[in-house]
Design a protein around this ligand. Structure first.
Ligand code: 4AZ
Length: 250
């Protein structure tokens, strides 16, 4: 995250950290049900990253390289489901599910540092300019050498498809499954390492998972919004793949 501020996991308790045994921290994710983390498909575009026995998922982590035994929960991955129509060339359908399992065979246990986030009703639209928030361990600057050691969050505003296209020059790269967000002064944005993590928006007093960090040209670059997978387009897919009811309410 470029800009924004450091934040304890308790402020974003649905944030998951996905690690690969060899390459280390891989991507963010969001806990949508005790056994299910929603993340980005492009995190697994390298074949090596699809070997589920090499993946580890943590909830309750505020510092990526520290163990916080009191607050964190560790999981292995039982199933990796990459969207069947994920396109590695334009990142269309950049969405994936991880079924997680703890050492004792259980799933996530609700606590102050680990909690599910709500999914919105299918095809909910929020107006342009609506303020939402992003969180992750990604780079703090485009040219940073490493990821942020601590979880960060930042506020961003949704853009209409029309404004995103006209401002960004993304043109035909934007599909109806993508939504753009940025800060009006272009100072805050998701960056490399935030992929898979949440864009959450508060409506009716609850936080809804509205986007998955997907791509963008650079980070916090003028006229280059961050692009997110539009989660409400995938309620049926999520229900079908997980067996969860159409949407959860936390
Ligand atoms: C990335 O490389 C990435 N500014 C994620 C988000 C953004 C840019 C790059 C958005 O994972």
């Amino acid at each position: 995250i470029v800009g924004g501020s450091f934040t304890p996991i308790e402020s974003n308790p649905w944030v998951a950290a996905v690690f690969h045994q060899r390459s280390g921290f891989l991507c963010g994710g969001s806990l949508i049900a005790p056994c299910w983390v929603l993340t980005a498909a492009h995190c697994f575009s390298d074949g090596a990253e699809r070997k589920i026995k090499h993946l580890n998922v943590y909830l309750g982590k505020t510092a990526i390289n520290d163990t916080d035994a009191d607050r964190e929960q560790h999981f292995t991955v039982e199933k990796l489901i990459i969207h069947q129509r994920y396109n590695d060339n334009n990142y269309n359908n950049d969405i994936a599910l991880l079924k997680i399992k703890s050492g004792n065979g259980g799933c996530a246990v609700r606590s102050a540092s680990a909690r599910t986030v709500c999914l919105s009703p299918a095809h909910t639209q929020l107006p342009a300019g609506f303020q939402c928030s992003i969180a992750g361990f990604g780079r703090e600057r485009f040219l940073a050498m490493r990821y942020s050691q601590l979880l960060k969050q930042a506020e961003v505003k949704l853009l209409s498809q029309t404004d995103c296209t006209s401002q960004s020059g993304y043109g035909g790269r934007l599909t109806e499954n993508m939504i753009c967000a940025a800060s009006p002064d272009w100072s805050t944005d998701a960056c490399q390492g935030d992929s898979g993590g949440p864009l959450v928006c508060e409506a009716a007093g609850r936080m809804f998972l509205f986007g998955v960090v997907s791509w963008g040209d650079g980070c916090a670059s003028r006229n280059k919004p961050g692009v997110y997978t539009q989660v409400t387009n995938y309620n049926k897919w999520i229900a079908a793949e997980t067996g969860l009811s159409k949407y959860t309410t936390g």
